[in-house]
Design a protein around this ligand. Sequence first.
Ligand SMILES: Nc1nc2c(ncn2[C@@H]2O[C@H](COP(=O)(O)OP(=O)(O)O)[C@@H](O)[C@H]2O)c(=O)[nH]1
Ligand SMILES: [Mg+2]
Length: 218
Amino acid sequence: MEIKVLHQIMDWNEDVSEEVRARLAERGICLINVMGSPGAGKTSLITSLIEKMKDRFRIGVIEGDIAGQIDADRIAGLGIPAVQLNTDGACHIEAMSIQNILPLLPLDDLDLIFVENIGNLVCPAEFRIGESLRITILSIPEGDDKVEKYPLMFTDTDCLVLNKYDMLPYFEFDEERVSANYDSVNPGAPLFRVSSRTGEGLDELAGYLAETAAGSVS
Ligand SMILES: Nc1nc2c(ncn2[C@@H]2O[C@H](COP(=O)(O)OP(=O)(O)O)[C@@H](O)[C@H]2O)c(=O)[nH]1
Ligand SMILES: [Mg+2]
């Protein structure tokens, strides 16, 4: 008898993810799954986007980390509802964890929830968590070969953020290589060149997210 444990877990996760997405959509809430390596700039980008989008959207954040609550403290310091989800070793978040943690957020007062996924270019891409929108972040210092090495993370995303764009002059980073490879695995998907430090590209990204988020729950 063939035993398909992995497929069953994945299928089950997909079902819970769809349940979470639909439940949030009924309440007019869009969940955005932010993925990327440790240190790519996920928390910094979420912080910058909150500043850009908070006048139009009531925002909450779920911070995923293996341990600790440093990032949730950073977000809560902005006066934004934040919850820390510790996976205690697991390299990704699953939909069930989001389902369990959502009641800790003031859902009646939110339009948008950012989830910072675990820093990792592999596992998070395989598990949907109830999101209407996925952002993959690649930062310049990580190198220009990541789309070729970790294709799923760049295939299964709605947009790619090339972050730390201010660092471009200091690294041998071939932008054309990244954009060509990204286009080949995810044709037509948008790529944003962004610096959370200088603010470059943030208006374009926030505009895209606002439009897509509003469309995803209407
Ligand atoms: N130069 C530069 N540094 C950045 C940028 N975004 C984040 N950083 C820095 O990168 C480091 C990791 O950022 P963080 O947001 O904590 O990354 P995370 O681990 O993906 O959440 C911090 O020292 C940030 O100040 C950026 O756009 N440019
Ligand atoms: Mg972080």
